[in-house]
Design a protein around this ligand. Structure first.
Ligand code: PLP
Ligand code: COI
Length: 358
């Protein structure tokens, strides 16, 4: 399918101080949109100036949460080029998420092409400042005008771009985590493995409570036993114990993170044993109490590697590695960001180059 391009007649100024970029509040000049209906399939693929959407208030996305999304980044290399990290994995995961919600399937290769075209057009927005990047947010919504609960017949796909700095305000400083023992984010058989808006809505109450108490993120326990560690708000989680790396296994209620997958490969290639298994909160508390937990960190696209300095569970607060970043998290951060920003070789072919502006 041809992607029609309409350039903006009024390009907006880039952020005045790119070192002060937060996360996800500034957007570039253009966006991608494409519509779906059962008769025609996907059609009208277009890149247009960024603009508000006209969507009927009866559209199912507003009522029943029929939405899935992705998050990936474009990085500026030292020689001025722009590149993406494992974008095909994001497109495949969005297909898996869409299948869970029964939003229409799409051609992942075409969505990658659309992403590359959009980033190519708006490449001047990719920050040149250290550790800043261009966050890419593809999403698919149900546009059926229907308050009944039926199979989806109309949908829209969009991609928007946002120059971003650190997701967590402290950057690489260790974060404090509250282990949530009341609300659950997901259950097996539910939508936990899918990247759909509803999962984040379900997380809001606990995340808000944690924020009010001064914690930066929530650690979720499994929804059945409220016992096994799943993941952090927007990150997967890893622990270093006795020289080995341990991370929760993917049980269906945890998001299969692309950063998680990349970390596991990098760690194994560096000679670490990595175990994907169930980890109970009691085991974690014992490891913390005895000092056997060497390091803990979260990993995700937005946050990259985020060392964890302390865990609070019920009435206990226990720290890890004197609330300092540990050598393993630092090494992972350096290797991952080295590959993403093109400062280290990419033996895995994870990088996809964005063509230079025509
Ligand atoms: N878990 C959740 C709930 C997330 O929102 C994210 C972020 O995308 C992750 C884990 C990490 O996934 P990825 O590394 O693919 O960004
Ligand atoms: C990402 O890391 O891309 C995410 O989607 C996490 C989100 C909570 C910002």
């Amino acid at each position: 399918m041809e992607i029609k391009i309409t350039r903006t007649a009024a390009p907006r100024p880039k952020p005045a101080d790119p070192t002060k970029l937060g996360f996800g509040t500034v957007f570039t000049d253009h966006m991608f949109t494409m519509d779906y209906d059962v008769e025609r399939g996907w059609h009208d693929a277009e890149i247009v100036p960024l603009q508000d959407l006209r969507i009927h208030p009866g559209a199912a996305v507003f009522h029943y949460g029929a939405e899935v999304f992705e998050g990936l980044k474009a990085y500026r290399t030292d020689d001025g080029a722009v590149q993406l990290f494992r974008p095909a994995d994001n497109m495949q995961r969005m297909r898996d998420s869409a299948e869970r919600i029964q939003l229409p399937d799409f051609d992942a290769g075409f969505m990658l092409e659309a992403t590359l075209k959009l980033v190519e057009l708006d490449q001047d927005w990719v920050p040149t400042t250290p550790s800043a990047s261009l966050y890419i947010r593809p999403f698919e919504i149900c546009t059926d005008i229907d308050l009944g609960l039926h199979g989806i017949e109309h949908a829209r796909m969009l991609i928007i771009l946002s120059p971003v700095g650190s997701y967590l305000s402290g950057g690489l400083n260790p974060v404090s985590i509250l282990i949530e023992d009341q609300d659950v984010r997901a259950v097996r058989g539910g939508t936990g493995y899918a990247k759909c808006g509803g999962n984040y809505a379900a997380a809001n109450r606990a995340a808000h409570k944690a924020e009010q108490k001064g914690y930066s993120q929530v650690l979720w326990l499994d929804g059945v036993h409220r016992r096994y560690i799943e993941e952090v708000g927007g990150m997967n989680v890893m622990f270093k114990v006795g020289g080995k790396i341990v991370t929760p296994q993917l049980t269906g209620s945890v998001l299969p993170g692309i950063t998680r997958r990349s970390c596991i490969q990098l760690l194994r290639d560096k000679g670490f044993a990595v175990e994907e298994r169930l980890i109970s909160v009691e085991e974690l508390m014992e490891l913390l109490q005895s000092g056997a937990l060497e390091e803990a960190w979260g990993c995700g696209t937005a946050a990259v590697i985020s060392p964890i300095g302390s865990f609070a569970y019920q009435d206990k607060v226990l720290t890890v590695n004197d609330e300092k970043i540990g050598p393993c998290a630092q090494e992972l951060y350096d290797t991952l960001t080295g590959i993403q920003w093109g400062r280290r070789p990419d033996p895995y072919q994870w990088i996809v180059k964005v063509p230079k502006k025509a």
